[in-house]
Design a protein around this ligand. Structure first.
Ligand code: FES
Ligand code: FES
Length: 154
């Protein structure tokens, strides 16, 4: 039997009926068509499904939709504003930190969660913040540089 949940996603309130075993990742992608959130391992290992829930970066494949009830969620679709792309998005593009792009939304949200709490992180803090996000393409250096550049522009 489905359960009713209320949650805020990218500033918009939703009231939805969900199956008790539906994950937040599936709710975002399959019900709400917010497919910027990717699914890789579905085991909490790769970080491609990272979103921000009440200020904290979480693996949305490990969060049940019912556990997200009452919470505020930010996905990659919520990063751009009327003023344009988020500075992190701009720096990722400028620095060539995106290759296949599969890890990018998760990286951006882990980085945003870090910068929201710690606007001037050092390299160790940046690497720790993205340690749960796997990238098979870039070697991480350009991603780290982009997060550093975005923090310096704040
Ligand atoms: S799909 Fe969620 S951590 Fe890999
Ligand atoms: S850009 Fe391909 S996995 Fe990171």
């Amino acid at each position: 039997m489905k359960e009713m949940i209320c949650l805020t996603i990218n500033g918009k309130e939703y009231e939805l009926a969900v199956a008790p075993n539906m994950t937040l990742a599936d709710l975002l992608r399959e019900e709400l068509l917010l497919t910027g959130t990717k699914k890789g391992c579905e085991l909490g290992d790769c970080g491609t499904c990272t979103v921000i829930m009440n200020g904290k970066a979480v693996n949305s494949c490990l969060v049940l939709a019912v556990q997200a009830s009452g919470k505020e969620i930010t996905t990659v679709e919520g990063l751009e504003t009327d003023e344009g792309l988020h500075p992190l998005q701009e720096k990722f593009i400028e620095n060539g930190a995106i290759q296949c792009g599969f890890c990018t939304s998760g990286m951006l949200l882990s980085a945003k969660s870090l910068l929201d709490k710690n606007p001037k992180p050092d390299e160790t803090e940046i690497r720790t913040a993205i340690s749960g996000n796997l990238c098979r393409c870039t070697g991480y250096q350009k991603i780290v540089e982009s997060i550093k550049d975005a923090s310096e522009g704040r």
